[in-house]
Design a binder for this molecule. Structure first.
Ligand SMILES: *Cc1c(COP(=O)(O)O)cnc(C)c1O
Length: 453
């Protein structure tokens, strides 16, 4: 299987190269040249598989340049650090209401599903090529923690995660800065997330520096992340009762559109998922898109669901590619208009498969309380956005993207209970090692020069 860029000006690459490259050189995102089609017989054959074996069966259609036994070992290793044997438990709250819990990984958010795999793929790449790799990223919380735990202690790798000092939650900071691993560097930047992000962008723009240190970016557009995330939709679909299976809407708390894109791609591969709800918080660019056809940048207002506080949805370009009939020239034209004017209006936007909802900060605690009152179930603030506007008659599967224990203050304010998790409790007694640093490319460059492997 080869991988092409949405913008059509990068030669196709194999899986491992596309994963290592991240963003395509023409500015586009990688997609499989064609999508495999799963037959009903194949899907039936998947039913008895455990999570890691299902993931392997799926990924082997894509990671065709990795020997199968090796790929299987990588995938199995990637799901050994989850605290539940089901990996992704499907919980039934009512006849027509299910929650897919995606927060039992090492950092208690759904990003572990992809970043555990990505960390092991990076490790293999170092081994096979006899090279080291330095992974660099900026985070407002969950991504950085999950990326760090994907690479923790892996030989040949170092990871540098820049985050705004004092602006990520104390628990998220501890997940990044209390690992005790020698290859992990938590960079507490004196500035905002955007300052950190733009400093890193400048470093990545310096080809000589980038090549010298074999820098790799960790962000939500990596191909391996989207593919690994397809698997839990398949897992959930296989577990839904037959009478609701092909009728259920998957409700996805959404920021960069990576998670919901994965479900949609799986549907394009012949798995009969009925549809998806794009559930945003008050930063609602995608809600506006799916209700009006207008895709337009807005200001970001910090919310109780910070991992969904985005201005543009970076993975949307992959969906766009298919929506314009796989025409890279059209993608380039639309992205050009979007980047220069801050918006694009779609005239004939296919909205059959997607619905959308928007949840304000005032509503989040109210929903957390009503879900707790009604079902005795505690949702984190991101997942709570998925419980907005649930259609009573319609079967729904809400994706639970983070553990409530990551957001104890919001939960306590809503229901008077403070959820805990043993892994987070253990962090509180570990020494915190963070490197305070100016939000400038020069300061971050000097730090990397001194610590790169
Ligand atoms: C990253 C994240 C999201 C948003 O996921 P996207 O793939 O960016 O849409 C939602 N909830 C939580 C808890 C997250 O960490």
């Amino acid at each position: 299987m080869r991988y092409i860029s949405t913008r059509g000006q990068t030669p196709p690459l194999g899986f491992s190269d596309a994963v290592a490259t991240g963003l395509a050189p023409d500015g586009g995102l990688f997609l499989p040249e064609s999508l495999p089609q799963f037959t009903a017989a194949e899907l039936a054959g998947f039913a008895p598989l455990g999570y890691a074996d299902l993931c392997y069966e799926f990924m082997r259609r894509f990671a065709t340049d990795i020997p199968e036994a090796e790929l299987q070992a990588i995938i199995r290793a990637s799901y050994t650090r989850f605290s539940r044997p089901e990996i992704a438990p499907l919980v039934r709250l009512a006849d027509n209401l299910f929650v897919l819990e995606l927060f039992h990984g090492p950092t208690l958010a759904f990003k572990d599903f992809a970043l555990q795999v990505l960390g092991n793929l990076y490790e293999r790449q170092c081994r096979v090529r006899g090279e080291t790799i330095n992974v660099l990223g900026a985070t407002s919380g969950d991504t950085g923690a999950a990326a760090i735990h994907g690479l923790l202690g892996k030989p040949g790798t170092a990871i540098f995660i820049a985050y705004p000092d004092g602006r990520v939650s104390p628990l998220q900071e501890r997940q990044m800065a209390c690992t005790g691993a020698a290859n992990v560097f938590a960079l507490a930047v004196d500035g905002t997330f955007d300052d950190a992000q733009s400093a890193l962008k400048e470093l990545f723009g310096d080809q000589a520096f980038r090549t010298r240190h074999r820098l790799s970016a960790v962000n939500s557009i990596n191909l391996a992340r989207v593919l690994a995330q397809c698997v839990y939709y398949l897992w959930a679909w296989l577990r839904l009762p037959a009478q609701v299976r092909n009728d259920a809407e998957f409700v996805v708390p959404t920021g960069n559109f990576g998670n919901v894109l994965a479900g949609w791609l799986l549907q394009q591969m012949g798995v009969p998922l009925r549809g998806f709800r794009v559930a945003t918080n008050q930063n609602d660019i995608l809600h506006r898109l799916f209700t009006t056809g207008d895709y337009r940048v807005g200001a970001v207002t910090p919310s109780f669901a910070p991992s969904m506080d985005i201005q543009v949805a970076s993975n949307f370009e992959r969906f766009l590619y298919y929506s314009v009939g796989r025409d890279p020239a059209k993608v380039r034209a639309i992205m050009e208009t979007f980047n220069t004017t801050g918006g694009y209006r779609f005239e004939h936007f296919n909205r059959d498969t997607f619905t959308a909802s928007r949840c304000t900060d005032a509503e989040i605690p109210v929903i957390i309380k009503s879900v707790h009152d009604q079902y005795g179930y505690i949702t984190d603030p991101h997942t709570a956005c998925g419980f907005k506007d649930l259609a009573p008659g319609r079967p729904s599967v809400v994706l639970a993207t983070a553990s409530p224990a990551k957001f104890p203050d919001t939960i306590r304010a809503a229901i008077g209970i403070e959820p805990t998790d043993p892994s987070l409790e253990a962090l509180k007694s570990r020494p915190l090692v963070k490197h305070k640093i100016a939000a400038t490319p020069a300061a971050i460059r000097a730090f990397i020069e001194a610590h790169a492997v």
